[in-house]
Write a protein that binds this ligand. Structure first.
Ligand code: PPE
Length: 308
């Protein structure tokens, strides 16, 4: 998706003009992929723009780096303040997507990352529907990927590691070239893991089911956990259970969740319609509540919002 440039990007404590926010070609992460990122959204609310679950995202960024043995030179509070400032400086009153990135910069070559400078950046820009308006309205056509999700001893799936996204990218390209909207990856055990940048839910007999993140090798989604809370509040039970591909084929409803995608229904999986192929009633109700919650239209979810 094309980026809409904004004015400034936060880089290691300073705001740099968008076009000058560059790195040296010998930056370590560019070659070896050791680094971590986050995706966060901010929304316009009746009381000004607010970042959704900011602290949870920055905590996950620090945890991703802990797994990689990368010491981030900023505290949780400093990262949260920098994100708020990035939205303010760019006057993103209508909301935006934020991309914090911790990467190893210029100074060392060779696989050994120890000794490389640790750099931190936060960019923000307006970002529309991740898979387009049609997927939001009518659902996405999904393909089970021939690429498996990483084995946890090959790549730590709890970390949003830069290099880990080669796996997601291979699956995404395969799905798009085959005419689908998005890929679902199975874990090394053949169970459903997650989509390339989204967690998966199905609805079966009124019960919501999502694969348990650590067993499935899926990211512990912050949207996934928001949806669990919303579903409970709407009176639905949620269960974390292993799913097989045929559970997806036979689901009454299914949807995916993520910061970028928000909540998008699945219309089909491997050309089998999910239900009747149209977004189901539970998916719709949850989606509506999610959209209201992120926009500050549901007081019970105010704790999730950080005004900038
Ligand atoms: N799984 C993966 C692999 C993943 O990357 C994401 C977020 C999720 C699940 C959902 O997590 P959460 O955002 O906490 O609900 N994917 C980010 C990157 C997307 C991209 O194309 O870049 C995102 O949604 O911002």
């Amino acid at each position: 998706m094309p980026i809409t440039p904004t004015k400034k990007i936060w880089m290691d404590g300073k705001f740099v003009d968008w076009q000058d926010a560059t790195v040296h070609v010998l930056s370590h992460t560019l070659h070896y992929g050791t680094g971590a990122f986050e995706g966060i959204r901010a929304y316009k609310t009746p009381n000004g723009v607010a970042i959704f679950r900011l602290k949870d995202h920055m905590e996950r960024l620090l945890r991703s780096c802990k797994i990689l043995k990368v010491d981030v030179p900023y505290s949780l509070t400093e990262l949260c303040e920098a994100a708020k400032e990035t939205v303010r400086v760019n006057e993103l009153h209508e909301g935006c997507y934020l991309r914090p990135l911790v990467y190893l910069g210029y100074g060392e070559m060779g696989v050994n990352p120890i000794g490389s400078p640790v750099n931190t950046a936060i960019a923000a820009w307006p970002w529309g529907p991740y898979l387009g308006d049609d997927a939001v309205e009518n659902g996405a056509r999904m393909k089970i990927s021939s690429w498996s999700r990483h084995h946890p001893n090959a790549m730590p799936t709890a970390s949003k590691t830069v290099g880990g996204y080669v796996n997601a990218s291979l699956a995404k390209v395969e799905a798009i070239l085959a005419g689908y909207d998005e890929a679902i990856m199975l874990g090394p055990d053949g169970r459903v893991s997650e989509a390339t940048g989204e967690n998966i839910f199905i609805v079966r007999d009124g019960l919501l089911i999502s694969p348990p993140p650590s067993e499935a090798g899926a990211l512990r989604g912050i949207t996934q956990s928001s949806i669990v809370k919303i579903a409970h509040d709407l009176g639905h039970e949620v269960s974390f259970e292993a799913l097989r591909r045929d559970d997806l084929y036979l689901a009454d409803e299914a949807f995916m969740t993520g910061t970028a995608v928000e909540v998008v229904p699945l219309s089909s999986v491997d050309d089998r319609l999910v239900g009747d192929g149209k977004p189901g009633p539970i998916t719709r109700a949850i989606t509506t509540t999610y959209h209201q919650a992120v926009r500050g239209e549901r007081p019970q979810y105010e704790d999730w919002l950080t005004r900038v």
